[in-house]
Design a protein around this ligand. Structure first.
Ligand SMILES: NC(=O)c1ccc[n+]([C@@H]2O[C@H](COP(=O)([O-])OP(=O)(O)OC[C@H]3O[C@@H](n4cnc5c(N)ncnc54)[C@H](O)[C@@H]3O)[C@@H](O)[C@H]2O)c1
Length: 259
């Protein structure tokens, strides 16, 4: 795909992997709309890259519809969607409280919340974006658009406490090929990245010794992933017209231990 003068939407684009991808797209001349809950960071980044910020909650149909309407009014119909909005939580499926020994299980509302943000939110944005892309004139090879989703290494080797997070990300991996098949006759490609451990605001808050231990657990290179490295793979998936229906780990060969 030739990126010049195209429009993109990046969900979760105010921070971390999404922010790096928004910057990388803008550096290639793409008009970028950032969908996120964090208005301060989103607006600052939109100013920096000459894009627009839309305050969007990916769990809400109305909010996502309003975001696409605003983005398309500013830049025209997007040919590119990058789904990075996501979050995690941790709870054991069932276990004993360390304080009083009482037996507890994973709170179902917390399980559902992660599925709604990471899996349903990703599909909501993807389906609405793909529907919009169908109105575009096809380019080279009949291509209309390219979509990149963000799963996680935890889709394949989730750790203790990650039942909800791993299920949500495995759902993103599982739907990638059928969505690529659904959209093949319309010229829209869909791929998914499974990041290992990346240095984003999430991890910046962790103590240095925790960061060092995480870095040491990566086979090679022995460091956390850089958000720009995620952005580079996302751009390859977008630009390379033969990349379709793939789920790709980006993780320095790490396989997560049970805990
Ligand atoms: N950082 C890592 O090591 C890592 C590893 C594997 C997967 N991931 C995945 O990568 C994606 C980006 O993570 P990150 O590390 O950049 O985290 P981050 O917290 O820096 O960025 C995530 C962004 O998503 C936004 N967001 C959360 N819920 C939202 C909602 N309901 N609607 C709209 N926006 C919402 C947040 O406001 C935030 O700006 C996530 O899906 C995460 O699960 C990250």
């Amino acid at each position: 795909m030739d990126l010049a003068n195209t429009a993109a939407v990046v969900t979760g684009g105010a921070s971390g992997l999404g922010a790096a991808t928004a910057r990388a797209l803008a550096a290639k001349g793409v008009k970028v709309a950032i969908f996120d809950l964090q208005a301060d960071k989103g607006e600052a980044l939109a100013d920096e890259i000459g894009g627009v910020f839309c305050k969007v909650d990916v769990t809400s149909d109305d909010s996502v519809d309003a975001g696409f309407a605003a983005a398309r009014a500013a830049h025209g119909q997007e040919r590119i969607l990058v789904n990075c909005a996501g979050t995690g939580n941790a709870a054991k499926t069932a276990g004993r409280s360390k304080q009083d020994g009482s037996i507890k299980h994973f709170p179902l509302d917390a399980f559902d919340r992660i599925i709604q943000i990471n899996l349903v939110g990703t599909f909501r944005c993807l389906a609405k974006s793909a529907a919009g892309m169908l109105t575009l004139a096809p380019g080279e090879d009949g291509e209309r658009g390219a979509i990149v989703n963000t799963a996680s290494a935890a889709a394949e080797d989730g750790q203790m406490g990650q039942a909800a997070y791993s299920a949500s990300k495995a759902g993103v991996v599982g739907m990638t090929l059928p969505i690529a098949r659904d959209l093949m006759s319309e010229g829209i490609r869909v791929n998914t990245i499974l990041p290992g451990i990346f240095d984003t605001p999430l991890l910046a808050a962790a103590p240095q010794q925790v960061r060092d231990a995480l870095a040491a657990s990566v086979p090679f290179p022995k460091r956390l992933g850089r958000p720009e490295e995620f952005a580079a793979l996302a751009l390859t998936m977008i630009e390379c017209g033969y990349f379709n229906g793939e789920d790709v780990r980006l993780d320095g060969a790490i396989r997560m231990a049970p805990r």
